[in-house]
Design a protein around this ligand. Structure first.
Ligand code: NDP
Ligand code: HEM
Length: 503
């Protein structure tokens, strides 16, 4: 068979040259159509299969390639090669997203933003799958599907429902910190370039002496924080649903490459045992005064993908993907996420999703996984498909072993959120954010945004839900509670005497 390419000729997927691309083959000029018009079948059939399932969360997103450059020596904390030399550059792919909306939803919704980075390191791909906030709504993965159901559409009305959102949050007090941040103007950032990113969970680093520390990752926008007010976000929603996509694409196309200063907070394993809060609780931050930010490097986005579907839609990130010198922590949410993402991607893209160029490790990948739908990488060729074998020289390498782990307990149980002292304070950190960190105008906007969002609660349980949530706001801060109650037209005395249920 000739391998010469049919330059400039339109062909079927199997390479047959088209003679006609707009008119079907018919009996006479007025039809009917012949069954043998295979080109018509192929066009229709492929079109019918163009969609893959959208991500179950974070369906609407935008992505770009870029570079991570090391600017400081952090080898005292980690032996990870991605950090091993000042000036070292590593290729990255970053996908931003909103969380609750579908693939065609508005970029300006009040919602956390995803901040998922794939570092193509020489020890394998490292995925840091974070958000633009340092905390999260829940701290146990068992609650995730219930929580997300409240962020999606009501099964009866098929509409978004502030009633189910606030019902769930008011029954889940650990959500308060994240809800407060979401109600602040940081809940509606101006595109993706003007917001910070956070790894959010506690992770670990291991150095060349096999010593472990715990870390949190921070990506501080070099463009400066910029947020829409509620009104501006609503206006932009009616003007341009894809504002953040367009903004990112155009800024990179124009050579205005967005950057983030990468920093870590570090906690020793000894400190982790002694701090007065649970350092593995994703609803809490580590105060900067106790755990200052340490500079690490700079992340820059400098190349738009040539094809959105190929690189952005098919990209697949997994918190389980760490590399030598970087590790997990006992954070329960992180532990749940280790399983969930590759499982979702095997469903969404298929068993061989790691072979798609944006997901593929550009360095050596050796294993005995074979076959499966859409295997396109040669499938191991003639090499053995089992291990151990007497034919190749592929080995495990014990020098990559992590230090063994000292567990805190030996009793397995379903520990509820009240079981450990310090884990049950859902109010002090949001209080500090509202009282000590926010400016007067940020406070005013946060109060007004909260009133606006809670005004959507309707139905027979309206008063119960509003009062229950107001109790949480009052516990956080009297002034905040009073202002929100007043804005909702609620009698404060009635709230004070209301039951907060079992919570
Ligand atoms: P600091 O004053 O040292 O830090 C305050 C932090 O709050 C800064 O990182 C700032 O980000 C961030 N911030 C400002 N406005 C908002 C907002 N509307 N939503 C979310 N974050 C915001 O104080 P502490 O470290 O003692 O933390 C105090 C409170 O600040 C915490 O309880 C927490 O609610 C919040 N916070 C703390 C973070 C941390 O890692 N310690 C991270 C983010 C928030 P920037 O510098 O980019 O403006
Ligand atoms: C996407 C599950 C918590 C950030 C996803 C996806 C799933 C999922 C199944 C879709 C994956 C895909 O199809 O490719 C969960 C579960 C959680 C959890 C079970 C809790 C137990 C979190 C937290 C964060 C986060 C705490 C941030 C700190 C993201 C991001 C994406 C995502 C950024 C989009 C990744 C991309 O751009 O492709 N999550 N998630 N998730 N999640 Fe989570």
């Amino acid at each position: 068979m000739s391998e010469e390419k049919n330059h400039n000729k339109l062909t079927t997927a199997s390479g047959r040259i088209y003679v006609e691309n707009e008119n079907s083959k018919t009996v006479g000029p007025r039809g009917p159509i012949l069954l043998e018009d295979y080109i018509l079948h192929e066009k229709m059939a492929h079109f019918n299969r163009e969609r893959i399932p959208e991500r179950i969360v974070h369906a609407k997103g935008s992505g770009a390639f870029g570079t991570f450059t090391v600017t400081e020596d952090i080898s005292q904390y980690t032996k990870a090669k991605v950090f091993n030399k000042i000036g070292k550059k590593t290729k990255v792919f970053l996908r931003f997203s909103t969380v609750g909306g579908e693939k065609g939803s508005a970029d300006t919704e009040r919602d956390p933003r995803g901040f998922a980075i794939k570092f193509y390191t020489e020890d394998g791909n490292w995925d840091l799958v974070g958000n633009n906030t340092p905390v999260f709504f829940i701290k146990d993965p068992k609650k995730f599907s219930d929580f997300i159901h409240t962020q999606k559409r009501d099964p009866y009305t098929n509409c978004k429902s502030p009633t189910m959102v606030w019902d769930y949050w008011s029954l889940t007090p650990e959500s308060l910190h994240q809800v407060l941040i979401l109600m602040s103007d940081r809940g509606t950032p101006v595109g993706y370039r003007h917001m910070n990113g956070y790894g959010s969970h506690t992770f670990s680093m291991i150095n060349a002496r096999n010593e472990k520390v715990f870390v949190k990752y921070h990506f501080k926008t070099a463009q400066g924080i910029k947020n829409f007010t509620d009104e501006e976000a609503a206006q932009m929603k009616s003007k341009d649903l894809d504002f953040a996509q367009r903004d990112l694409l155009e800024s990179i196309d124009n050579g205005d490459f967005p950057k983030w200063n990468v920093k870590i907070q570090v906690m020793t394993t000894d400190q982790a045992r002694k701090v007065d809060f649970n350092p593995f609780d994703i609803t809490k931050i580590w105060p900067h005064s106790q755990f200052p930010l340490v500079d690490v490097g700079v992340l820059e986005l400098n190349k738009n993908p040539d094809n959105y579907f190929q690189d952005v839609e098919q990209s697949a990130f997994a918190p389980a993907h760490v590399v030598d010198g970087l590790g997990y922590s006992p954070d329960k949410m992180l532990q749940g996420r280790l399983l969930s993402y590759p499982d979702a991607q095997r469903y969404r893209i298929g068993a061989n999703y790691e072979q798609i160029p944006v997901n593929r490790c550009p360095f050596a990948v050796n294993n005995y996984q074979r076959d499966g739908t859409m295997r396109v990488d040669g499938n191991g060729g003639k090499q053995p498909n089992y291990w151990p074998n007497s034919f190749d020289e592929i080995e495990v390498d014990k020098t990559y072993q992590e230090p063994s782990e000292q567990l805190e307990d030996t009793i397995a149980d379903w520990y509820d959120r009240n079981s450990k002292v310090g884990d049950n304070d859902h109010y002090s950190q949001p209080r500090s954010l509202f009282r000590d960190v926010m400016s007067k105008s940020e406070q005013d906007n946060t109060v007004n945004n909260t009133i606006g969002a809670m005004s959507g609660i309707t139905g027979p349980k309206r008063d119960v839900i509003i009062n229950r949530q107001l109790c949480h706001w009052f516990r956080m801060d009297d002034e905040f509670g009073s202002r929100v109650a007043k804005g909702l037209g609620v009698d404060i005395n009635a709230v004070m005497s209301a039951s907060v249920g079992s919570h």
